[in-house]
Design a protein around this ligand. Structure first.
Ligand SMILES: [Zn+2]
Length: 98
């Protein structure tokens, strides 16, 4: 439990994944256009939390995003843990989740 939280904090602190690494998991389903309103990986319509979490955990300057379930798979962190951290950041006043 504590170890998970520390690991997520470490990742959030690094908050940097290169475009090359993102590209390696970018497999657009259905050949539709990728845009900021849809998940980079699965094409699901994104919520503010999804985009905020991507910025927080992967790249603050990102303009294309993963949904939380894809982010969970990409980071190897359970989705519930990511949701907990999103709530934590929101409670802390993080503007990415307001
Ligand atoms: Zn997705």
């Amino acid at each position: 439990m504590a170890a998970d939280a520390l690991e997520i904090d470490r990742i959030a602190a690094m908050a940097c994944v290169t475009p090359e690494r993102l590209g390696s998991v970018n497999a657009p389903a259905g050949g539709g256009g990728i845009d900021a309103a849809h998940c980079l990986r699965c094409g699901r319509t994104l919520s503010r939390d999804d985009a905020g979490a991507h910025k927080k955990f992967i790249n603050r300057g990102a303009s294309l995003f993963f949904c939380v379930p894809c982010l969970s798979g990409f980071l190897g962190i359970p989705e519930e843990k990511l949701r907990e951290k999103i709530e934590y950041f929101r409670m802390s006043g993080c503007t990415l989740f307001l």
